[in-house]
Design a protein. Structure first.
Length: 606
């Protein structure tokens, strides 16, 4: 998780288990239970579904993410925003760039929507294990939902403290979790060793031949075994590629052994309602309560990983100007990935609790789960095809095409779930998607409406006024998008109102398409009394602007920044104007001293 990615072999694997594999690692709690609620647990069905589970995890997680996607990073960072930045550098066609941009917006939105459903289904499915304890068997579903909601609220309440202090415990707990899954699976397999032959793909073909079109719809539930696979790529910046890929091989074996064990249990106990919990209780009743507590801890860790991932995605979106500015707190002095965004945290918490209350049971939530994940996997596949076709690794294009076709098949199978709750995936993803579209288009339209001046035209008037010598003592700092392009508020201050200091510094903060890196360009020779100060930094960098200015001898007396008062009859731009009012200004986002700030309002017609 440290930025240098210097971890020991086993230390890196343990940390990856705690920080990356919580979501995919808790899928055995509900995957086969949901599948066999729809499909009778006959011998051919069990072997067929286990074969599908094996090849789904192999192709959609190992091949798509561990092998293909994780080879596409920028300074160790991964995710769909990173893929977009790679495409922007490689591709010359403006249509293809626009298409890639649209795909990345859609992919990010689906992942953010998934960030609501994952904690809800994980925690709720774990809490439902209480029903197998005799003294709790009479608990109503509403009480289980209340317990799950209380756990979720507790999890969101501690987010502002950061997970740095407890992250060290995540890995060892998940190692115990995966060890327990593997052990319980092996015990069950020992009763029917021939279940191992289910890895053969011919069982999957037989399943489709026997079940026909209904077998296709079962894919929409089988995909649950790979939910969380996208975290391998999205969380690559926390640990680096190697520890995550190494850990995945251990996780894969533990998960599939457990799925095989559940398959044996399903054959021998066709009436079992919750396969994992029933299997463990049947094997070791005395260890069931400790296992249930371990399950709840694992689901909390899985939810924590999703929440941290959502913070990282939103932060990338903010710094690449895809999303509105939001107040960001840094909860660790040495882990760049440890951030807290209050607006996102509370919004997620409310959404998770609403989803729990609407669906009530994890089996119902499974109907809403899967569409966002397969949609995101499909988008990653399409973007990888674009990247590989524009690099020297063109031999990877056919592999990426085959994987993407499989993604499309799984995605289309989830359409049958739309009337049963999958529409929630669309509703949840539409909120960030509409926000991104309005924000990006609004920013471009606002820039055009502001009609900024070029620096040469501006300097003609500036030099005439400055030469009069009636300048204010001290240093005035003026924030601009680009110091060579002068916004209207600076023209209003200096030219129309004659607010000119002895030293006037135009400061701009430019985010690059690289995750890290920091460079300062200080132009002191533009003209008398006028300087340019440009901070060029990666989109994941965290900086203290005040200390940077002091290091370069700039001690400002006052800091000016522009505020746009948008006047419009267009309902879309009204929404954009509302977003501008609700979110922090640029100077608030960068935590500049309030005592020296001076906002200058410019009325803009859009």
């Amino acid at each position: 998780m440290r930025d240098d990615h210097s971890e020991s072999f086993w230390g890196g694997i343990v940390k990856a288990m705690g920080l990356v594999f919580g979501d995919v690692g808790t899928s055995p709690i509900y995957t086969l239970t949901v599948v066999f609620a729809l499909t009778p647990a006959t011998r051919s069905n069990v072997f067929g579904i286990l074969s599908l589970v094996f090849w789904t995890m192999t192709i959609l997680v190992t091949v798509e993410y561990a092998w293909l996607a994780m080879g596409l990073g920028r300074k160790g960072q991964g995710g769909e925003i990173v893929l977009r930045e790679i495409i922007l550098k490689l591709v010359k066609s403006s249509r293809l760039v626009a298409f890639a941009g649209f795909l990345s917006f859609l992919g990010v939105s689906l992942l953010l929507g998934d960030g609501v459903i994952t904690p809800a289904i994980s925690i709720l499915s774990a809490v439902e294990g209480l029903l197998l304890i005799p003294s709790f068997s009479g608990l109503s579903q509403s009480i289980l939902v209340a317990i799950a909601a209380a756990i979720a609220i507790g999890l969101f309440l501690i987010q502002h403290k950061g997970t740095d202090k407890v992250a060290g415990a995540f890995g060892p707990i998940m190692v115990v979790w995966f060890g327990s899954l593997a052990l319980s699976g092996l015990i069950s397999i020992s009763a029917m060793p021939e279940i191992v032959s289910a890895v053969s793909p011919h069982h999957a073909f037989l399943f489709f031949r026997e079940n026909g079109f209904s077998g296709f719809f079962v894919l929409s539930e089988v995909i649950l075994c790979s939910t969380g696979g996208e975290a391998l790529y999205a969380d690559m910046g926390h640990l680096g590629r190697r520890p995550i890929v190494r850990a995945w091989y251990f996780v894969f074996v533990a998960l599939f052994l457990n799925y095989l064990g559940q398959g044996v249990f399903a054959l021998h106990h066709p009436g079992a309602k919750n396969l994992l919990f029933s299997m463990v209780q049947d094997q070791a009743p005395i260890l069931y309560v400790p296992f249930l507590l371990l399950t709840i801890m694992a689901t909390i860790i899985a939810s924590q990983a999703i929440i941290s991932g959502v913070f990282s995605i939103v932060y990338q979106g903010i710094t690449t100007r895809l999303m509105p500015l939001m107040k960001v707190d840094y909860t660790s002095s040495h882990l760049k990935s440890q951030i807290y965004i209050g607006a996102v945290n509370w919004g997620l918490m409310v959404a998770v609790i609403i989803v729990m209350m609407v669906f009530k049971a994890s089996s119902n939530l499974a109907a809403a789960y899967g569409m966002a994940v397969t949609g995101s996997m499909t988008i990653t596949g399409i973007m990888m095809i674009i990247v590989f076709s524009h690099t020297l690794k063109k031999w990877k294009v056919p592999i990426a095409v085959l994987v993407t076709l499989l993604d499309v098949i799984y995605l289309s199978s989830t359409f049958s779930k739309i009337p049963h709750g999958a529409y929630w995936s669309i509703i949840l993803a539409s909120v960030p998607f509409i926000t991104i579209m309005i924000w990006t288009k609004g920013q471009r339209a606002l820039y055009r409406a502001l009609k900024p001046l070029d620096i040469d035209t501006f300097l003609v008037s500036f030099e005439q006024i400055y030469a009069k010598g009636k300048n204010i003592p001290g240093t005035g700092l003026f924030f601009t998008k680009d110091w060579q392009t002068i916004p209207p508020y600076v023209v209003h201050c200096m030219i129309r109102s004659n607010i000119i200091y002895e030293r006037n510094v135009m400061i701009s903060i430019v985010r690059t398409d690289e995750p890290f890196g920091l460079a300062i360009n200080h132009k002191t020779d533009i003209t008398a009394g006028f300087e340019g100060f440009e901070v060029v930094l990666g989109y994941m960098e965290i900086i203290d602007i005040e200390s940077i200015l002091k290091e370069h001898g700039i001690r400002e007396k006052v800091i000016f920044y522009g505020i746009e008062d948008i006047a419009t009859a267009n309902p879309v731009w009204r929404l954009f104007a509302l977003l501008k009012k609700l979110t922090p200004t640029f100077v608030q986002f960068n935590k500049l001293p309030a005592s020296r700030l001076q906002g200058v309002v410019t009325r803009v017609e859009m």
